[in-house]
Design a protein around this ligand. Structure first.
Ligand code: ADP
Ligand code: ZN
Ligand code: ZN
Length: 743
């Protein structure tokens, strides 16, 4: 390593402005990525500080013009250095440019204005002021006179108020400042999005035995200086959050900070309030409704030591705490922890790496751990603690599975099996609440032809169009819209109809079969505005409806005391998804759904309707048996060489030019095979699941290997190759390690 790339100003949006410096021999051993260094900068060679973001062996720049690094900035490793090191790791492990990685991890100041409060401080004596006032009046400087009068009275004024009340412009203030009459003092005001009214909870719960065991076990390690990752396995309501909070309290006591990741959808008012009640104003929350400026403010508060705990989705991982002590990831199995933008990082993996750099512990919590985490816990890489029951003695619900094939054979063509129908009737009559759940994972009510079987699709995106209430068919990617045709566009048959399994159709069906029932629906369409999601939940929570129909959104994190029946309408739908995680997701969704019933005083019941009652994920979910599911699923992953047993790399290619795409994906595949990697499995190139989106063609290559490092090695080779060839400006390539969704 002879040269380094250094960024000087990390608060600017132009993170790609890197400067090249020579590394003196004395520093060659000690210099690392992320370190802060002293460098001579600009024509005057003024000494400045910068961060090392990359190493180079050669420089394509006249050697005599390259300046030398002066030294490493002394002192503790700063938050920024750690984040830059994390960015470098993400670049290497997920594939991206350093600039893309830096923009992901650094709180870049956006061009939004920071709210500032200004104070105008009067600098003259009373006599001087009165003298000046006479001059102003004589010269008819009326605006200046008004402000001066106010200053004479008050001494200091709020800038904004002064402008309004004295009717002066900011240029008047500026002129008077230049004349030495006043001084403007600014103070950055951090916008606190949760300036709530809440009571600090003074009494802390006594943890039960299992909670105690988890806390003390993790804390004993912490005390011994051991930092590792722990899996906390426990159903919803088993008291995981209390364990998190106790650990955080102890970490704070040691002068360190905590990051709590929660999927956005589970980031409810109740959850956040519990943290506020325990930790007061030293908690902050990040969520997608914050403006860029507000988000930046929260990060600055963290950096300046203004808070100890930050709660938020994926991106909260990059909070620049100076002394991070613990990272909690609740619902660690959630897909939303994986980024869909380059670099396609997984927040769980990135958190574990960040914790390694910062010497922090990581606690992963889930009722249905990801195969990844359970596999690692089983192999001793993670600590493991289990919470077996619900704290408040609430009973697990009674679950039954109904075979829809049998219903059909016996003449029931309704979307409700007889069992579900009678259960619903019973609940509606006795005033209890019902949740109907459709685990469609993005599939929407599509229109198909009963003669030729074709579904009506978007000509640009090659996805099925969704039928809406107003009779239109719409593409959810590009917005293409047509009216529902009279006959099939493929064969002309008039027997076309909507697939009767969208949430709208179910809502309509419930209303038809139970005219007295009050129905609410929760899906992508009804939750588009910011508040609608909370509104629906609140309405249902306060019993303004009897039935809530919805997609997976409704099964996450919410406690409805009045719900005694959960119906899963077609448990197999999520099994049809075309990726290797279909069974895992189905198990997770069904387990969560079943857990929604009976959260109150009354006993709950769950009915799972399915065309595949013999499938292990459905069987295991109906018994709430994670072990049973895991044993079968990990066998399948081993057999097929899928993650977490093997590593997988998705190479996604996209281009507007169909033939070029075809040709280049072949070239990439050949190039990969020429590297002669032992035991590598290459699948494809083939058309992506979504083979055309917005008139862009898409192809995929999948690689599998026992060792992730081998796949990273290939990715690096590909990046090197593509950097040299201009054709890759017309064919875009993205890397996706251990993909969660099909491309
Ligand atoms: P989870 O995070 O696993 O869903 P929570 O921590 O939210 O579980 O606990 C569920 C409920 O039980 C909460 O209302 C919580 O206040 C309560 N709870 C948790 N632990 C205890 C305890 N040791 N004693 C009494 N109540 C508890
Ligand atoms: Zn047809
Ligand atoms: Zn489209």
């Amino acid at each position: 390593m002879k040269f380094v790339n250094v960024i000087v100003d990390i608060s600017s949006e132009q993170l790609d402005r890197v400067f090249l410096y020579r590394v003196p021999d004395a520093l060659k051993k000690s210099l690392q990525i992320g370190m802060q260094v002293h460098i001579p900068f600009g024509v005057s060679n003024r000494q400045r500080k910068g961060y090392v973001v990359g190493f180079l062996d050669e420089a394509n720049y006249p050697l005599e013009k390259i300046k030398e690094v002066k030294g490493i900035v002394k002192g503790s490793i700063k938050a920024e250095s750690q984040l830059i090191a994390l960015a470098a790791w993400m670049r290497e492990n997920y594939g991206s440019t350093m600039n893309q990685a830096l923009k992901t991890v650094l709180p870049v100041k956006q061009k939004t204005k920071q709210k500032q409060s200004r104070k105008l401080v009067f600098l003259l004596t009373k006599e001087e002021g009165e003298e000046l006032l006479k001059t102003y009046q004589k010269k008819h400087y009326l605006a200046k006179a008004r402000l001066l009068q106010a200053l004479l009275l008050a001494g200091t004024l709020d800038g904004k108020k002064a402008e309004e009340e004295c009717q002066v412009t900011s240029s008047v203030i500026q002129k008077m400042e230049q004349d030495g009459i006043l001084r403007v003092e600014t103070e950055t005001v951090y916008r606190n999005p949760f300036q709530g009214h809440f009571q600090r909870r003074t009494k802390v719960l006594t943890l039960n035995q299992e909670q105690q065991a988890a806390v003390e076990g993790i804390w004993a390690d912490y005390h011994k200086g051991i930092r590792k990752t722990y899996l906390l396995h426990g159903v919803t309501g088993s008291g995981k959050t209390e364990v998190y909070m106790e650990l955080i309290a102890r970490v704070i006591e040691k002068g360190q900070q905590a990051i709590v990741l929660i999927p956005e959808i589970a980031l409810t008012f109740q959850t956040v309030m519990r943290f506020y009640e325990r930790f007061g104003e030293r908690v902050s929350v990040i969520h997608s409704r914050l403006s860029d400026g507000e988000r930046y403010d929260q990060f600055m508060r963290a950096k300046d030591g203004g808070i100890d705990v930050i709660i938020g989705p994926r991106s909260a991982l990059f909070t620049p705490f100076q002394k991070l002590g613990i990272i909690i990831i609740d619902e660690e199995h959630e897909g939303s922890y994986k980024s869909e933008n380059v670099p396609r990082y997984h927040a769980r993996e990135a958190a574990i790496y960040r914790a390694e750099i910062c010497r922090a512990s990581v606690v992963l919590g889930s009722a249905t751990p990801s195969l990844e985490s359970y596999y690692r816990a089983e192999n001793g890489m993670y600590g493991y603690y289990k919470l077996t029951g619900r704290v408040k003695d609430a009973k697990m619900s009674d679950v039954s599975v109904v075979d829809l094939r049998k219903e059909l054979k016996e003449g029931n063509r309704s979307i409700f099996s007889r069992k579900l129908y009678y259960a619903m009737k019973d609940r509606i009559e006795s005033g209890e609440q019902i949740i109907l759940f459709l685990n469609r994972r993005g599939l929407s009510g599509f229109v198909s032809c009963r003669s030729c079987g074709q579904a009506i699709r978007c000509p640009h995106c090659d996805v099925t169009l969704s039928l809406h209430n107003d009779g239109s068919l719409r593409c959810h990617y590009c917005g293409y819209e047509i009216m529902m045709p009279e006959s099939c566009p493929s064969c002309g048959s008039r027997y076309i109809s909507g697939f009767r399994a969208g949430t709208q159709q179910i809502e309509r069906e419930v209303k038809r079969v139970f005219p007295k029932a009050r129905v609410l629906r929760m899906d992508y369409d009804t939750t588009r505005t910011k508040e609608s999601y909370e509104q629906i939940l609140t309405a249902f929570g306060s019993r303004e409806a009897d039935v809530l129909v919805g997609t997976q959104m409704i099964v996450k994190g919410h406690d409805f005391k009045g719900v005694t029946l959960v119906g899963v309408l077609a448990a197999d739908i999520s099994l049809y998804a075309n990726d290797y995680r279909a069974a895992e997701r189905t198990f997770q969704l069904l387990t969560q759904a079943v857990g929604r019933a009976g959260r109150g005083e009354l006993e709950g019941e769950a009915i799972i309707q399915t065309y595949m009652p013999e499938h292990y994920s459905i069987k295991a979910a109906s018994r709430q048996d994670y072990q049973e599911f895991y044993k079968r699923e990990i066998l399948y992953r081993k057999l097929m060489g899928y993650p977490p047993v093997h590593s997988m790399l998705g190479i996604y290619l996209a281009s507007a030019l169909e033939e070029l795409l075809e040709q280049q994906s072949q070239i990439l595949a050949t190039f990969i095979l020429e590297q002669k990697p032992e035991n590598l499995v290459l699948i494809g190139p083939s058309d992506a699941a979504l083979s055309k989106k917005n008139d862009i063609y898409r192809k995929v290559i999948y690689l599998k290997h026992e060792e992730k490092q081998k796949l990273i090695w290939i990715k690096n080779k590909l990046e090197e190759k593509m950097e040299k060839e201009t054709v890759w400006q017309k064919v875009y390539v993205q890397f996706d390690f251990d993909p969660l969704n099909s491309y």
